[in-house]
Design a protein around this ligand. Structure first.
Ligand code: PDD
Length: 286
């Protein structure tokens, strides 16, 4: 059985408890991070810790634990649960003052709730989706306007995945005012004439930690990068496309709304970027 972390304690998953009045449960008033584990080590830990701090600040929540304490908990859970490949999920909510109220509780008397657990995913680095590519469909982006904050309000992204599944696809790309924002749980890219195009950072999208690393590696490899919005039609006419996230690294997209990209197989740029990302991020894994 998994050992999980709740508010200072390491417990068997069946003994971990959070109040029914927790604001994460009642109001999705919380933030999260997902950090991948390869070879028993954490990928891009400092990027995730920095984004967590930013998410907390944007919601007027105090950081209950510093970077070093968080790292210790991540490592301890990876060790106890024997994770070689997988993820560590971390969630911090505004806690519970024992009732339901829209007004935030006083942080002096209501501490945040901190939960971490591991997910074992053997084959995370070498999986069929990476080799074969995924199919996506376009859907309207009906999320709130602060997508740069990594909150636990994941109902619409979940609905998006279900819409994709119903349409016989693997994932959905969300579209707002005619332009792709991002995938339901990843950042979206197209490649045309060797140029990588991805939407620029703003409150319209999550500032992906994998995105930052992949764009840095692409530029270091002398690949051209354009940060600007693109339409689904432009994406369908692209040579290739891909998504990035902590749980999928770089994953090729081979079809958009039923239209195959290029020859309908993973493209060379996505394939190369995945190799570079895995190689380089393993070097700095901790
Ligand atoms: N999702 N955009 C959205 C909407 C996301 O939910 C995610 C990550 C990303 C990619 O960010 P990063 O590279 O930092 O993982 C972009 C995580 C993996 C999840 O919800 O499971």
């Amino acid at each position: 059985m998994r050992t999980v972390y709740v508010n200072g304690d390491y417990l068997p998953e069946t003994e971990a408890r959070v109040s029914i009045f927790d604001r994460g449960f009642l109001m999705a008033d919380g933030v999260y991070e997902v950090t991948s584990v390869l070879g028993g080590k954490l990928i891009d830990f400092d990027g995730h810790a920095a984004r967590l701090d930013r998410s907390l600040r944007e919601l007027d929540m105090q950081a209950p634990l510093g970077r070093d304490a968080l790292l210790d908990i991540h490592r301890e859970l990876v060790r106890i649960n024997g994770i070689d490949e997988g993820m560590v999920y971390l969630q911090i909510t505004r806690g519970s003052d024992g009732d339901r109220d829209f007004v935030f509780p006083d942080p002096e008397t209501t501490p945040p709730t901190v939960v971490l657990f591991t997910q074992a995913k053997p084959g995370l680095a070498d999986n069929p989706a990476a080799r074969e590519g995924i199919k996506v469909v376009g859907i309207d982006d009906l999320r709130w306007a602060r997508r740069d904050i990594k909150t636990v309000q994941l109902l619409y992204p979940s609905m998006g995945k279900m819409m994709a599944r119903k349409a016989g696809a693997d994932d959905a790309w969300m579209v707002e005012d005619g332009f792709v924002t991002e995938g339901t749980s990843n950042n979206a890219y197209i490649v045309k004439g060797g140029r990588i195009v991805t939407r620029e950072l703003s409150s319209d999208i999550l500032h992906g930690i994998t995105r930052a690393a992949v764009l840095r590696f692409a530029r270091e490899a002398q690949m051209a990068v354009e940060e600007r919005p693109f339409t689904l039609a432009e994406a369908q006419a692209a040579d290739e496309a891909f998504v990035t996230s902590a749980s999928t690294f770089v994953t090729p997209v081979i079809e958009i709304d039923g239209v195959p990209l290029g020859d309908g197989t993973p493209g060379p740029v996505a394939t190369r970027l995945r190799e570079i990302y895995l190689d380089e991020s393993l070097k700095t894994a901790i």
